[in-house]
Design a protein around this ligand. Structure first.
Ligand code: ZN
Length: 411
């Protein structure tokens, strides 16, 4: 315990919610499972106790609206997700909901002329249906009804999962966020090591990085490891090794604008005494700047072809996914930065290497995102944690942000 009762209470609440799980002894909470209903039960009571109007939309998002007495007050939307990966930590997602409720408590105490809608998004991780952001897609008006046919591992369709939870898939359109909302703010743990390395409690997210995923195959010739002279080999694995180092070098030389990973290698025939005849590799490239990423893809694929030609191999590439970067709203992010500074903390801007509900919400509303330091950079793991002082810092910045949103944000 610390002398920060609000932060201690938030940490205790997140840890208590982590006990609402599909599995005994570890936290696993997939979309619209009974564990989600248990979390809804808790959050609904919290919202009602704060005087909020509570609804559950057809995508399973639990939504609490607090309205001040002033008529025509602007509405700010806040929130994050309450689903988890298997064997998760206690703070990824849930923290953003509990922090938002704490900020409503404080807005109420200060009679802030601002309406606040807190959304506990039902799905962000993509675990049950292999489709992430089901909750925020519906709120942002980006839910394609074709997705209702997706099935989980037990053969239950997304449509039936919604029905089985007592909701009506025909009413998904009604989940769309209200037109009077002026913006969306998500508070989330960083899930990475940057803030900790710089000993900073908070980070201001500039955008969610864009991503390209490719598969690349070098084809050479499998042959005897003892009888084939070095000069007569067409070794696909040696070519792959040369290219993997080129990928790492390109990212190292990008001055922090690009991260690049070869995480998967499959050699054939994969035997100790046989020269590899073919090797299949993955490439994952991410950058906040689409042009940097696109140029890196072209450069690295050219490099693979050059390596293959020199070694008398062939090289095939297949692009599996290309997703542009999503910048956060400039004005709202500037207000967030001002708030962090006014609260007495360093303004550290950084991109998010992971996807978040904020990425989907940004397609509908001006969106900003605040990161809280992740001790050890650990996330998606039971050891995930937060520091009470950091939560207090985020609350102080959040309170100033809400005051500014009530008064100074242009519509
Ligand atoms: Zn998350």
């Amino acid at each position: 315990m610390t002398d920060l009762p609000r932060a201690d209470r938030i940490i205790a609440e997140c840890r208590m919610l982590a006990g609402m799980s599909e599995e005994h002894g570890r936290t696993t909470r997939r979309f619209l499972t009974p564990a989600v209903a248990a979390v809804h039960g808790h959050l609904r009571n919290r919202m009602l106790a704060l005087g909020m109007t509570v609804t559950l939309d057809a995508a399973g998002n639990l939504r609490g609206l607090w309205r001040p007495d002033e008529a025509g007050a602007r509405r700010l939307v806040m929130g994050s997700h309450i689903d988890t990966v298997p064997d998760a930590g206690a703070f990824d997602g849930v923290l953003g909901v509990v922090m938002a409720l704490e900020l409503v408590t404080s807005a109420k105490a200060n009679s802030l002329p601002l309406a606040v809608e807190v959304i506990a998004f039902s799905e962000e991780e993509g675990v049950r249906f292999g489709l992430p952001f089901i909750g925020s897609r519906a709120v942002a008006g980006r839910f394609d009804s074709k997705l209702l046919a997706l099935e989980d591992a037990e053969g239950i369709s997304l449509e039936d999962a919604i029905r089985n939870f007592g909701l009506d898939p025909a009413r998904l359109d009604e989940a769309l966020v209200d037109d009077e909302a002026i913006g969306f703010l998500e508070i989330h743990i960083e899930q990475g090591p940057v803030l900790e390395a710089e000993e900073l409690p908070l980070g201001i997210v500039t955008g969610i990085v864009g991503q390209t995923r490719c598969e690349l195959t070098f084809n050479g010739h499998a042959n005897h490891a003892g009888t084939t002279p070095m000069s007569l080999r067409r070794d696909a694995l040696a070519a792959a090794a040369e290219w993997i180092l080129a990928v790492e070098t390109a990212a190292n030389e990008s001055e922090g604008t690009l991260v690049a990973t070869v995480g998967k290698v499959k050699a054939e025939p994969n035997a100790g005494n046989v020269i590899a005849g073919s090797v299949r590799l993955s490439l994952d490239l991410r950058s906040e700047r689409d042009q940097v990423r696109e140029e890196a893809v072209v450069g690295l694929l050219d490099r693979a072809n050059a390596i293959a030609a020199r070694r008398k191999l062939t090289c095939h590439t297949k692009t599996q996914m290309q997703q542009p970067a999503v910048p956060m709203d400039e004005q709202l992010t500037a207000v967030l930065a001002e708030s962090v500074e006014a609260a007495g903390f360093t303004v550290r801007r950084l991109p998010s290497g992971a996807g978040h509900d904020a990425m989907v919400m940004a397609t509908r509303l001006p969106t900003a995102m605040l990161f809280v330091r992740s001790p050890g950079g650990i996330s998606h793991h039971p050891d995930e944690s937060v520091i009470a002082e950091d939560l207090e810092a985020a609350l102080a910045a959040g309170e100033l942000f809400l005051s500014r949103a009530a008064g100074t944000l242009k519509l």
